[in-house]
Every structure is written in C-alpha cells, then in structure tokens.
Write a protein that binds this ligand. Structure first.
Ligand code: SF4
Length: 365
C-alpha cells in the first residue's frame, strides 16, 4: 500500500507520555507535530474543506479515548449475528475505498484519530475478559478503522497484541486491506490472533479501493503471517457484481487457496456490496466515476441497499462452490445476511448468535 504521509500530527498534552506518541515521532520525523489543548477544537479546520472526509485522512490526531474501548458489535437488525466484540483503538482510515461505510458513519466526525491510552484499553479489556472466563470472546479491531494500515507509524498492535495473545478465552482479529505486517512478524501470537484480509479481485481494488495493498501484496503478507504462526481469515466482502465477475472471483479464489495452507484457515466470510441511500449520495460526490453506483439494488428491512435476493443467493452459491472445491472443510459464513438467504445458500440457519459465534470461535483450544 502507499506510504502514509500526513500533513501534520496534532496531539494533546496528556498523550505525550504514551508509547504511541513515541512511535509516531520515530516513524514520521519529517512531519510537523502540533500540540493543542483540545483536539475537538483543532478538528474543526478539517471540516472547512470541500471534500472534508477526504481531507480528514491527511491529518492525524492523537488523544486519549474517554469512552469504553470494548463493545459488542452492533450487527444489523434482522440479520444473523456472529457474536462479535470490537475494540476501537483508532477512528477513520488512511486508505479510501469508494464504498467505505465510514463515509456515512463518521460523516460528522471524520478526523483520523488514534487513541493514546493503551493502558486503559488493556485494563478495561482485562476486567471484562477475566470476569467472564467461561465465555469466548472474538474481538475485532477493524470496525471503524483498518487494523494494520497505521501500524508502521503508531505501533499500536505491537503494544496490545502480547496481552491478548495470553488470554485463553480470546481470539483477536486484525482486519485489513494493507500489507503492514512487519511488527506482527516480531511477535508471538500463541495461536490466538487471526489476521483477516478483505479480498477482492485486482480489478475491484484498482477501481474502488484507493491506496490499499494490491491483491498479490495482501496474499504475500497473508502467507508470511501464516508461516509466523498467525491464523488467517478471508473476507470476500464486499463482493461486487459486474460483467465477468465470475471469472475474476473464481481465479482469485484459486490463487488464494494455492498460496496459503487452507487447513489452518479460521474462517471465510462472504458479503455482497451494501450501502444506504445516504452513503450513495456521498459516493456520488466523492467517487462519481465508480461503477458501484450503476447496479440495481433493493432496500432491505435493515435500511441497507443490496443486490436483489436471487442474485445474492446465486453469487454466494457460486463462491461457496468454488471455495468448497479447493477447501472442502473450511468454515464459511455470511456477513449481515437474512435467515432466508442463509437457508438458500447453506440449507440451514445458525440457531442463535451464540451458535454461530461458537462455531467460529471453536478453534481447538
Ligand atoms: S480499508 Fe476499510 S476502513 Fe479503510 S477506507 Fe477501505 S473500507 Fe474504509
């Protein structure tokens, strides 16, 4: 992926003692650092720009996070949930995908922020995880940021991973479209860390995933972390339908499964392109050329637009067929899909969210 060069780093005084501050100073020696009393006030200047969401990606803010770090994934109303928790150690992302839901989710607060209070993050997670030792936690870090895109600069994962790798009832997932894995290769995941790559054919990457790593760079990084003891996940999400999509997705699957050891793959998820009327408006302004605006979609009960159901089912069946041919026993699940679609694709529906969460978390501990 492209090197990240923010115009400046803006930080609050109480973040100066944090390891993240030191890492940023070391990694970005040529970038100006500006001390402010309150990043919320400094942040307003970003909003004056015409493409304020795009401009927000050029300035990095460092501050303490004042709310909770560990939350249950909100999921999507009426869709089958996979019992997932999220830790937000940053907000927004230096890459720029045309379909990124953060354009709507963070529309009022798009600043690219990293949180400096790593100790608070670990203390809070520790209290919850130890209190519920009988419960299995799948914890993701890529809900409102990419888990690894800023890692060469912040070193955040290097700071938190050793704690999570020690917890017997935790599986930590780092989700990314980058190839920033150097710090992972220096750590021991103890079998408790999954690196999940979002994968799309190079054509979709070229058209709609600006500044992300190429397909071959993601795949190469996946092979390296697998060799270093990490578990792997792949998210074919968002799947995009266009003339010739079958050829591109099929060949991508063959390439991926010929490169990694699928027997050690933790899971594969599938999800088609989804957006909302509001997100589409933003896409039209920021990415007027994207082909994603031209396909037919229907409004689903959860307020999201998706391809109409028979097309989704056909796409999922094709993908599952191609995957099963090369990796017969790998766990495949659907992300944010209805019970009807599950039933038509797999012939069953997980009985409850814990059922699906346990299936995915059951990794032989
Ligand atoms: S990599 Fe993920 S978080 Fe970053 S812009 Fe793309 S979709 Fe959004």
């Amino acid at each position: 992926m492209q090197n990240f060069q923010p115009d400046e780093v803006v930080f609050e005084r109480d973040s100066e003692g944090s390891p993240i501050f030191r890492n940023l100073r070391r990694a970005l020696p040529q970038v100006p650092f500006r001390l402010v009393d309150d990043i919320a006030a400094a942040n307003g200047r970003v909003n004056e720009a015409r493409d304020y969401f795009g401009s927000a990606k050029k300035k990095l803010f460092l501050a303490k996070h004042k709310g909770e770090f560990l939350k249950k994934c909100p999921g999507s109303e009426g869709q089958v949930c996979c019992n997932y928790f999220v830790i937000n150690f940053a907000s927004n992302c230096p890459m720029d995908c045309s379909y990124c839901y953060l354009q709507e989710y963070l529309a009022d607060n798009p600043a690219l922020k990293v949180f400096s209070n790593v100790d608070d993050l670990i203390d809070e997670a520790d209290a919850t995880i130890k209190k519920h030792r009988g419960m299995f936690f799948r914890i993701g870090t890529g809900e409102i940021t990419d888990s690894l895109a800023l890692e060469p600069y912040t070193g955040m994962v290097r700071e938190i991973l050793p704690y999570f790798a020690e917890q017997p009832n935790v599986l930590l997932e780092l989700k990314t479209k980058s190839d920033c894995i150097d710090s992972l290769l220096e750590l021991d995941p103890k079998g408790r860390v999954v690196v999940g790559w979002s994968m799309n054919p190079q054509r979709v990457i070229d058209d709609d995933e600006q500044n992300t790593a190429s397909l071959s760079a993601r795949l190469n990084a996946a092979r390296l972390v697998q060799d270093a003891g990490y578990r792997l996940g792949f998210h074919f999400d968002p799947m995009v339908e266009y003339p010739g999509w079958e050829r591109d997705y099929h060949s991508m699957i063959e390439q991926i499964f010929a490169t990694i050891d699928w027997r050690k793959l933790s899971w594969v998820s599938l999800g088609v392109l989804r957006d909302t009327p509001g997100l589409k408006r933003t896409m039209r302004e920021r990415f007027p050329q994207t082909r994603l605006l031209t396909g037919e979609q229907v409004l689903c009960p959860d307020g999201k637009l998706r391809y109409y159901q028979p097309l989704r089912v056909a796409m999922y069946r094709q993908m599952v067929g191609w995957i099963r041919r090369v990796a017969p026993t790998v766990k495949v699940y659907l992300c944010m899909e209805s019970r009807e679609v599950w039933e038509q694709v797999f012939g069953y529906v997980p009985s409850c969210e814990k059922d699906l969460g346990n299936q995915l978390g059951n990794l032989g501990f």
